[in-house]
Design a binder for this molecule. Structure first.
Ligand SMILES: *Cc1c(COP(=O)(O)O)cnc(C)c1O
Length: 426
């Protein structure tokens, strides 16, 4: 069977700009054929894809529903109100702002809402699993504000709330972030809230990675505990590239003013529509099943990897992601990641806590199950996935490209058996 011509899916684009059309087609093919294990990525539904490619993008809508600086908002106001309503209902919050362009600007808006330049923020440090925007030095949040970082314990790989409390009492932050980008364990939102109360800080739960798990009931919700909940919409929540800020009523005005006019201009209405669609999908029982399967798959994959001698940070996972320390395998993270990529397994190299290597050449790789679960791949296949990773990591050390090529064919066969959403040609 010959490969389908994917440029047929975008005929106007193919006619107007064959160069870009063929790159989009090649990317569709790549996403169809590879085992995508980057934990911040996913496959959105065809409905979300369609909503994000609509004429809503032609409209300017600075302001909020009913309070715009441009006329002609008859439809846009309804789209944004529906998106915000669905966010409130799904997460059980008083207020939701669906306009942040992405997770990083959403977090910056939180600083703008509560802090003055030079004020102190306490967040998980980047090499321990936190995000740049939690006060790390190279980020605006670490240059305009005074960032103080907490980590995980060397022996457990987990956050130690006693350490966080000691730091908070010593440094007196105005803002505390919990959550991160490489945190394989449940976040104790109640514990963080207690510390924030003790020092009079605003607690932000950044659930960018786990929002879909929270929505689907597969991770505890931060909503009863955090003052502000920040999330992207494109990771486990399986929506378009975007973000939301949710909060109690008392902070609603500060958050809204920080997003617009504080930080942003016109909202991306096509994205707002796609967020609304994703939130509708996330409210279904099927999505709850998806969220639980993401965790079950990650747990099974972790067990299979551990059985093959892989060293998992914190010993395993409670959520969708696994952080693998490759020190014992004698392969740097980047070398392993590149070999896996050649084998059709897409991961990212990542620092591990207390990493002796440099951030651009660290000791670990980070993997996750949101994308493969969206393809419907079940736990029973995790043994095969762990075996591929094992073979390729070993091959990366010995320079055995033959094994890499063999694994690539095996990966492709599994991908063909589980077509990805949004890629109807398989
Ligand atoms: C991904 C992520 C962000 C930033 O999202 P972008 O959309 O990439 O700007 C913020 N915080 C956490 C914890 C993240 O994982």
């Amino acid at each position: 069977m010959s490969a389908p011509d994917r440029t047929d899916r975008h005929p106007a684009l193919a006619a107007a700009d064959p160069e870009i059309a063929s790159l989009v087609a090649a990317e569709e093919q790549l996403q169809a054929d590879t085992l995508r294990l980057i934990p911040s990525e996913n496959y959105v539904s065809q409905a979300v894809l369609e909503a994000s490619g609509t004429v809503l993008q032609n409209k300017y809508s600075e302001g909020y529903p009913g309070k715009r600086y441009y006329e002609g908002q008859q439809n846009i106001d309804q789209v944004e109100a529906i998106a915000a309503d669905r966010a409130r209902a799904l997460f059980g919050v008083d207020h939701a702002n669906v306009q942040p362009y992405s997770g990083s600007p959403a977090n910056l808006a939180v600083y703008l809402a509560f802090l003055k330049p030079g004020d102190t923020v306490l967040g998980m440090s980047l090499p321990m699993g936190g995000h740049l925007t939690h006060g790390w030095g190279v980020s605006a949040t670490g240059t305009w504000f005074r960032g103080v970082g907490y980590g995980v314990r060397r022996d457990t790989g987990r956050v130690d709330l006693d350490e966080v409390r000691d730091l908070a009492l010593a440094e007196r932050p105005k803002l505390i972030f919990c959550g991160g980008t490489a945190v394989p364990r449940v976040i104790d939102f109640a514990g963080f809230a207690e510390i924030a109360r003790e020092v009079g800080a605003v607690l932000v739960a950044d659930i960018a990675h786990i929002a879909g798990l929270v929505a689907g009931g597969a991770h505890p919700s931060p909503v009863p505990h955090a003052d502000v909940v920040s999330t992207t919409t494109h990771k486990t929540l399986r929506g378009p590239r975007g973000a939301m800020l949710m909060c109690r009523e008392e902070h609603a005005r500060a958050i809204d003013r920080a997003v617009f006019p504080g930080l942003q201009g016109g909202p991306h209405n096509q994205t707002t529509a796609a967020i609304a669609v994703a939130l509708r999908e996330a409210a279904t029982p099927e999505f709850g099943g998806y969220a639980h399967q993401v965790v079950a798959n990650a747990r099974a994959l972790g067990e299979q990897l551990a059985a093959r001698g892989f060293d998992l940070v914190s010993g395993g996972t409670d959520n969708h992601l696994l952080l693998i320390d490759l020190t014992g395998r004698d392969v740097p993270g980047k070398v392993a990641a590149k070999a896996l990529d050649r084998a059709g397994i897409v991961v990212n190299y990542n620092t591990v806590p207390y990493d002796p290597r440099k951030p651009f050449d660290p000791s670990g790789i980070r993997i996750g199950t949101p994308s493969l679960t969206s393809r419907g791949i079940p736990e029973s296949e995790m043994a095969a996935v762990a075996e591929w990773i094992d073979r390729v990591v070993t091959a990366a050390r010995t320079g055995d490209e033959e094994t890499v090529t063999k694994v690539r064919a095996e990966v492709k066969a599994l991908m063909d058996a589980y077509p990805a959403p949004g890629l109807p040609l398989g």
